[in-house]
Write a protein that binds this ligand. Structure first.
Ligand code: PLP
Length: 367
């Protein structure tokens, strides 16, 4: 069976073409609609014409265009961290950081629902991996208690979980971890979205940057593509020096770096989009909790509906009737049979959010 989804074409921040049919889109991860922001698109187009597309070599050889350093400095300022390093994707940000830190830890404490890229990176670290129950600081403590004194510990987790918008209790983890332990947060879904300045779950939770590694993607709220590692200078230096993946791969295409620079310096800091997104999120989640479709109103702009085959069929028909794409997906971390994963975008209008809510409330209400 072909595992790929039905081909579709995005034609705006919140619109999609499925075959010949134009539909409203509550999916994907372009949470601030920046993938369609004219300033960003103009920067990408100008870079294509002015700089070309690829640099044709790794940054350790002849591919270190100045734009990469410029973007890294902008990211460093935006996140208020000591150093930043670009990688080809968010997935490889975890891989490259793990190659850099290999041998530094004896034990990984892993949230059992961490993204596959985080789980795979743990394998690269060469430490013993112990899983704790999803977002459960008490279970973390129980698992940690069994580790020998002197263990060199790193806790690895997603910052925001893509399935339901829940946030890892990072502050509580910090409190309970042994004092010399590290925290590794894959914040692909948190950055740009959470925190007063859009610095993600680390800002939202008020966690200090000490012994902290953050990995992120430019392909979601930043509206482009590429990955980033944030950390202290020695972590970033180790990634540049010791990671075969970083040394042996071509960096992200220049037009993407140019687009990301506009995104980081001008767009993601615009709090209006984030405020609109948070207001949509609050409104949708409060309503869905009150009609019983959700258990809790989590902070992230995404949620899922795990429907029986009959309900799923009905939901798909109603969504299509209302001109909304049914976002039915199969993805690790969710029910194997598939589920609806909805995502809000700051650029949805209040009316389109209302339309979605009306369908969900009418169809999904438990009898
Ligand atoms: C939590 C998490 N980490 C990493 C990634 C990988 O990011 P990218 O798509 O930039 O490779 C994703 C992508 O969906 C993700 O959800």
């Amino acid at each position: 069976m072909n595992p790929l989804a039905q081909p579709m074409r995005r034609i705006g921040a919140t619109r999609v073409l499925l075959g010949a049919r134009e539909l409203e889109y509550f999916a994907g991860c372009d949470y601030l609609g920046l993938g369609w922001e004219p300033k960003l698109l103009a920067a990408v187009a100008n870079a294509v014409l002015g700089e070309g597309v690829g640099v044709g070599a790794s940054r350790r050889t002849t591919g270190n265009h100045p734009l990469y350093g410029e973007l890294e400095r902008a990211l460093q300022r935006f996140f208020g961290v000591r150093a930043a390093l670009l990688t080809g994707t968010g997935y490889t940000a975890n891989w490259v950081a793990a190659e850099a830190m290999a041998g530094r830890f004896s034990h990984v404490l892993m949230d059992e629902r961490s993204h596959t890229s985080v789980q795979q990176a743990a394998g690269v670290l060469g430490a013993k991996v112990q899983r704790f129950r999803h977002r459960d600081p008490e279970d973390l403590e129980r698992v940690q208690r069994r580790l020998p004194a002197g263990s060199r510990i790193v806790l690895m987790t997603d910052g925001v979980f893509a399935r339901d918008g829940s946030v890892a209790p990072l502050r509580e983890y910090r409190k309970r971890l042994r004092p010399s332990s590290w925290l590794w947060v894959d914040d692909c879904h948190g950055v740009g979205v959470l925190g007063r300045r859009g610095r993600g779950s680390v800002e939202f939770e008020g966690v200090l940057a000490e012994r902290l590694i953050q990995t992120l993607t430019l392909s979601k709220a930043f509206g482009v593509q590429g990955g980033v590692i944030l950390g202290d200078a020695d972590v970033i230096e180790a990634a540049m020096e010791r990671s075969p993946c970083f040394a042996g791969s071509t960096p992200l295409a220049l037009p993407l770096a140019a687009g990301a620079l506009v995104s980081v310096t001008q767009l993601v800091s615009d709090s209006e989009r984030r405020e609109r997104l948070m207001s949509h999120t609050k409104r949708v989640k409060v309503r869905l909790v009150s009609c019983g479709l959700l258990d809790v109103a989590t902070p992230g702009p995404m949620f899922f509906v795990d429907a029986s085959p009959r309900l799923a069929g009905r939901m798909k028909r109603h969504l299509l009737n209302q001109g909304i794409l049914p976002p039915w997906i199969h993805y690790p971390g969710g029910p194997a049979s598939g589920y609806f994963r909805f995502a809000l975008c700051s650029e949805h209008t209040p009316q389109s959010v209302e339309n979605l809510l009306e369908v969900l409330e009418a169809v999904g209400k438990p009898k």
